[in-house]
Design a protein around this ligand. Structure first.
Ligand SMILES: O=C(O)CCC(=O)C(=O)O
Ligand SMILES: [Fe+2]
Length: 246
């Protein structure tokens, strides 16, 4: 009995990891209960309104208005799922670490500034929960070019990747490629309450903007920094909040 239950629990991460490899992402439909989602949406609306209708971002799991976003990082089922997917994709158990969590609320004139910036995350697995998506105008899709690099052995090589990506010429080229739907670029329409997974470290990705009078809000759970032990990284770290893009 116990063995069967264990096999069942292992099946889902294996299936999801397989989908990420094959399609660039995997989705768990209707992950967030509707009433929890409504509370989180009310929190986001309030936060944007308090900021004069402009972009707000939160890092960490505190002060998120008592919504499910404060609790999810400690939820055994969610943690187990992320650890399982990590292990399936990387062939080794995940280290004993927590999430780097952010809540992004794109809105107003600043929505554009926080969009269409192709990047690699610093963390292997990205779990994304859309909280609110625009009801009209630009949809705010997630754009993924899956598995464009391996996990680098050295932090220095990771830095070189980031320098090659984070410059005006490269960004113009990526946008051009996106406009023409080149290669394996995935443009994913996000549904609030679903849970999406992709290899954020290995996949070049970004999000489309939303119109100024709309709100596009996503919760991100970044999992496992492969260079956490790097002494070069430690030397270069500024005392400020670590960025998901550093
Ligand atoms: O908001 C999104 O859809 C993606 C954001 C993202 O990739 C990030 O914050 O690292
Ligand atoms: Fe990202």
């Amino acid at each position: 009995m116990i063995e069967a239950a264990r096999t069942l629990a292992a099946l889902l991460p294996a299936d999801l990891a397989g989908r990420i490899e094959k399609h660039g992402y995997a989705v768990v439909d209707g992950f967030v209960p509707p009433d929890e989602l409504r509370k989180a949406q009310a929190f986001v609306r309030g936060a944007v309104a308090r900021n004069g209708g402009e972009y707000v971002g939160f890092s960490g799991h505190e002060d998120l208005g008592g919504t499910f976003l404060e609790r999810l990082q400690a939820d055994p089922a969610f943690v187990g799922l992320c650890r399982g997917i990590y292990q399936e994709g990387n062939g080794a158990p995940a280290p004993d670490v927590g999430f780097y969590q952010i809540l992004r609320c794109l809105a107003g004139t600043q929505a554009k500034r926080h969009s269409m910036r192709f990047h690699y995350d610093s963390y292997v697995l990205t779990a994304l929960i859309p909280i609110m998506m625009p009801s009209h105008g630009t949809k705010g899709n997630l754009i993924i070019l899956p598995q464009t690099r391996p996990i680098r052995k050295f932090y220095g090589a990771n830095l070189v990747d980031k320098i090659l990506v984070d410059n005006r010429l490269s960004q113009v080229l990526f946008k051009y490629a996106y406009g023409r739907r080149w290669g394996r670029m995935v443009s994913l329409e996000l549904k609030p309450g679903n849970l999406y997974f992709f290899w954020g470290y290995r996949s070049l990705h970004t999000n489309e903007p939303c119109d100024a009078d709309e709100i596009r809000s996503t919760a991100l759970f970044h999992f496992v920094d492969p260079h956490a032990q790097s002494s070069l990284k430690r030397m270069m770290r500024t005392p400020a909040e670590p960025s998901a893009r550093a």
